[in-house]
Design a protein around this ligand. Sequence first.
Ligand code: HEM
Length: 508
Amino acid sequence: MSSLRASSSKLVWVAALVVSLMALCEAQLSHNYYDKTCPQVLPTVKKATGAAIAREHRMAASLLRLHFHDCFVQVQQLPDTSVDKISRQWRRCGPGVVSCADILAIVARDSSVYVGGPSWKVKLGRRDSTTANKDLAEQNLPIAFDDLDTLTSVFARQGLSLKDMVVLSGSHTIGLAQCATFRGRIYNETNIDAGFARTRQRRCPPTAGNGDTNLAPLDLVTPGSFDNNYYKNLLSSLFCVDICVHTQMDESECWQICQGCDASILLTDAAGIVSEQNARQNFRSARGYEVVDKIKSAVEKVCPGVVSCADILAIVARDSSVYVGGPSWKVKLGRRDSTTANKDLAEQNLPIAFDDLDTLTSVFARQGLSLKDMVVLSGSHTIGLAQCATFRGRIYNETNIDAGFARTRQRRCPPTAGNGDTNLAPLDLVTPGSFDNNYYKNLLSKKGLLHSDQLLFNGGSTDATVVAYSKDQAAFFADFAAAMVKMGDISPLTGSAGEVRKVCSVVN
Ligand code: HEM
């Protein structure tokens, strides 16, 4: 507890942080991004994608899924944006003039602006202390477990009103918190959305000492941008009173969160990189990496160093859909590639076939995707295959399944774990190789393969959308195309953030 207090000493600053030297993850994508720099990109990708799908038809499904699994994940840590570094730079341009205290104040304002938050005129003229006081820090800084009276007096002691406290806590629209700071809330409190609690429990085990430092975004909807979603979350009991007000931020104290389409999934294990390919949802499941490498090298031949791997994934997803009879859409471009990956966040953010509907809903909501987006994007399961281990529970234990269908699937998927786990079955039993609306028709007759598929038609709020798509393929196609564009917009790195990787599996 005391370390929490001590480490929170940068209350407001931590919220904003030091993104000011960096370009950000604001979406600024456009359809004509490569018109001048690489006009051949679209035909080149299309040809190489077509060749891969011609070699193996399933590759269309695998490539489409890769874009999805890329877009839902990424934390970009900016270790080189520490206050110390900025301070050093300032000293260079004006030795001995600007105090570190003033730098903190300016950096907080600039950080807010860079992530889409408000700006203000910073009053200057602070001087730096010549000492520090850990005890006083512990005494004066609020703690996530404090009650409202304590929090109020902690702020009042600094001349800040209740309203000030509420509005400054809005800083939690950005940033991350460690499991230890919100464990009590997600396991014991009642004023919390059940689906949200379950989602957070996935990466925050119940007993102290386990996963204590695992991170979760403070604002689950738009963790990378400064907006009022923090307050919306509170209305839906998504977050605690003030949880994690002052959580430990790592020594760099600097985070920029960009959850998005940044090709982080393509990076393999390397120094400082724990590959997302080994995350539970991707391990021995996501595929097509070498195909993307090939497509990238075809693009590198025509315009070296120009087209990002993240953009290639987005184009390839569209082309794959078209190749197997699905809809087309105009792909927005201009994404840049991450220089890091985050396996933990992948496990936290990607849906799991056994999740319940509330959890799935919040997994998508966290990315700004609606329930309808979730239903229509799940229509991707009109193509591709799944492994026995992912649907065993459904075909042996569930009741909302057609008995004949369950028996058919049981033939190649034995009941005990460890047997035939990797045996494959088509996600759409009728037309597994082509992109159509049979997926939804299957759900109507209780022939969804995954637990998460059938949940979409199980007497709940998504039933009507499933029925609509089962009757109207054109509507499904139009909505799917729009949702893919929306998914492709999830917090990309743009401008000078990240890089354009030369080889998609390694950073430059
Ligand atoms: C609703 C939440 C979702 C869950 C729980 C889920 C889960 C799964 C699982 C368990 C598999 C089989 C993996 C394996 O056995 O190796 C799979 C396959 C697939 N998923 Fe999803 N998925 C979801 C949403 C989506 C979305 C939104 C897309 C695309 C936009 C997508 C595209 C695909 C494709 C194309 C395949 C087949 C891949 C292949 O054959 O290689 N899924 N999904």
